[in-house]
Design a protein around this ligand. Structure first.
Ligand code: FAD
Length: 549
């Protein structure tokens, strides 16, 4: 059985003490994909790094994405070829460096009579897509006739169907991708803390002082940094204000909502790209275990990022769009298993003009005191963005810019030669095909390290929820090795149970609470309080607003 035994993580208390004592080259604020990756890259280059996250790793936008590592087919319509080229390169790298978390995904794009993108245009675009990936995508696209389109996706509406195409991108687990970057930063020497909000930033003669709170104990400390990276996505403006920056808004938020419905209702085999009949926008229907995810919307929002949720109008739009393509599904409101939304932290107009670099997708902006804010970007490009930020940080520190190694060193769990062989090994031991796929898919080469817990304690091999392939051993692993401190850390981010159950993980929370409590020293009163917190968090993330806010 393969083992990838990672060194036990620093305890929270030790991390907090290190923050208090340490002199850091760089303090990264925000443990979304960008902050986690910047911390990992900087630590791998030998910088003294701290990463502090207000809530949990990936608790912001990085857990609300469509979970795609994509070449950016949509950019072709606007002529952003360099973005497609860069995204394709990143997709190729991530498929190799984290093959457990970034997996090839075939998309069928059906074309109907009168479609905004006719077949010839789709074929030309997909050819260009393959060219820009230098024909090194998983496989080349294929143009399909009507019969072959129906054969691939038999539940599609047949009326008006002209044909279509199949092309390839990659699917990921956005929260775990973020988590392995944060844990990888720690392995490379960074001091990493979740549930640790930054409360104030001040400039002194000896550099920047960042006040950090340990939310679990209420203790506060001041961290000294030569450079601060503001990687707080939709919260960029509020952290800029903490640092006394009254500059124009850096972020322009648009809301993107998704819904999950039982996959058997839609009957999709793979992923589909569809053009919503309501407004012609590109949408996806994505396989997600027993569910299919339909997304996304794109509407301007002024809601505070913590308060962004799907609305009834979002749900109706997504259901109507999917029903147009899958009329047999007759999806209704009651079919919705869960609904959620996130804010795309897009660059506000006029921002980033004085930046060290700016593209349509992301921008860096420095203050005189040594804080750099990173705005925009997308999950797919995170590694390249992190490399660019760390190059700029090293230049600011008057260090020679050193070689970035994240393009060749696998992410934790990614040092695996064959996913298929690992799943076969896992199946033999677990005697459960779905659990085997989950273990290898989530932990890569470290799957045996999770499973071995069940040999010591057989009850840990039990499923958390009977219909889903997550096991109790993952819960104790999450607490002991993945920095989970709350029930939502486990059920929303280390696993996706909250997205995949109609009660958004409330039953599962009651099932895992005794185990989590025993590991974290909760008494009965604390366990009750944690369950109340879970229920409140599930409502904050998954309740559907009656009207758009
Ligand atoms: P975030 O993930 O939001 O991280 C910022 C972090 O900062 C948060 O965790 C927050 O808690 C923390 N923070 C805030 N204030 C403080 C403080 N005071 N102290 C400490 N920490 C703080 N991209 C793709 O490539 N593929 C996709 O399929 C895709 N789909 C998307 C679908 C939707 C609906 C949306 C909204 C986005 C999608 N994206 C996708 C884009 C991608 O998800 C984002 O670009 C990316 O997740 C942004 O990451 P981030 O690290 O900048 O921000």
């Amino acid at each position: 059985m393969p083992h990838a035994v990672t060194p036990p993580p620093q305890t929270r208390a030790r991390a907090f003490d290190t923050l208090a004592r340490g002199q850091f080259d760089v303090v990264v604020i925000g443990g979304g994909i960008n902050g986690a990756a910047i911390a990992r890259d900087a630590a791998m280059r030998g910088l003294r790094v701290a990463l502090v996250e207000r809530d949990d790793f990936a608790s912001g936008t990085s857990s609300r994405s469509s979970r795609l590592i994509h070449g950016g087919l949509r950019y072709l319509e606007h002529g952003y070829f360099h973005l497609v080229f860069e995204s394709s390169r990143e997709r190729r790298l991530l498929l190799a460096l984290a093959p457990h978390l970034v997996r090839p995904l075939a998309f069928t794009w059906p074309v109907y009579r009168g479609a905004r993108v006719p077949r010839w245009k789709l074929a030309a675009g997909l050819l260009l897509y393959d060219v820009l990936s230098m024909f090194r995508n998983v496989a080349r696209h294929r143009v399909l006739g009507r019969a072959k389109t129906i054969a691939r996706e038999p539940s599609l509406a047949a009326d008006g169907l002209r044909g279509g195409a199949v092309y390839y991108d990659a699917a990921t687990d956005d929260t775990r991708l973020t988590l392995v970057n944060a844990l990888g930063a720690e392995s490379a020497g960074a001091t990493v803390m979740n549930h640790a909000p930054v409360r104030a930033i001040s400039t002194r003669q000896d550099g920047l002082h960042v006040e950090v709170e340990d939310r679990l104990t209420g203790r506060r400390t001041t961290v000294h940094a030569r450079v601060v990276v503001n990687a707080t996505g939709p919260w960029t403006d509020s952290v800029n204000r903490m640092a006394g920056q009254d500059a124009p808004s850096a972020v322009r938020g648009t809301k993107g909502a998704h819904i999950a419905v039982p996959r058997e209702r839609i009957g999709n085999r793979d992923a589909l790209t569809i053009l919503s009949p309501l407004d012609g926008r590109v949408m996806f229907v994505l396989p997600a275990g027993i569910n299919a995810i339909i997304g996304t919307t794109d509407t301007p929002t002024m809601s505070p990022p913590d308060e962004v949720r799907a609305s009834e109008a979002d749900v109706a739009y997504l259901l109507a769009s999917a029903n147009a393509f899958f009329p047999g599904a007759r999806l209704q409101r009651r079919d919705v298993v869960s609904a959620w939304a996130g804010v795309r932290p897009l660059i506000a107009a006029g921002y980033g003009t004085a930046a060290t670099s700016a593209s349509r997708e992301h921008a860096l902006s420095w203050t005189d005191s040594g804080m750099v804010s990173i705005t925009g970007g997308k999950l797919t490009a995170y590694r390249a963005i992190a490399a660019e930020v760390v190059d700029a940080v090293e230049a600011r520190l008057a260090r020679e810019v050193s070689a970035c190694e994240t393009d060749r060193i696998p992410l934790p769990g990614g040092d695996i030669t064959s996913i298929r062989d690992a799943v076969n090994d896992a199946r033999r031991l677990t005697d459960d095909e779905d659990v085997a796929a989950r273990l290898v898919g989530a932990y890569g080469s470290g799957w045996g390290y999770v499973w071995i817990r069940c040999q010591r304690e057989p009850a840990l091999a039990e499923r958390v929820s009977p219909e889903l392939p997550y096991i109790m051993a993952e819960v104790s692993h999450a607490v002991e090795h993945e920095r989970a401190c709350a029930l939502a850390d486990v059920l929303v981010r280390r696993m996706h149970i909250a997205y995949e159950t109609r009660d958004n993980g409330r039953t599962a929370a009651r099932r895992i609470a005794p185990l989590v409590g025993s590991l974290l020293g909760w008494d009965d009163a604390e366990t009750r309080r944690q369950l109340e917190d879970y229920d409140a968090e599930a409502a904050r993330l998954f309740a559907v607003d009656p009207v758009d806010r």
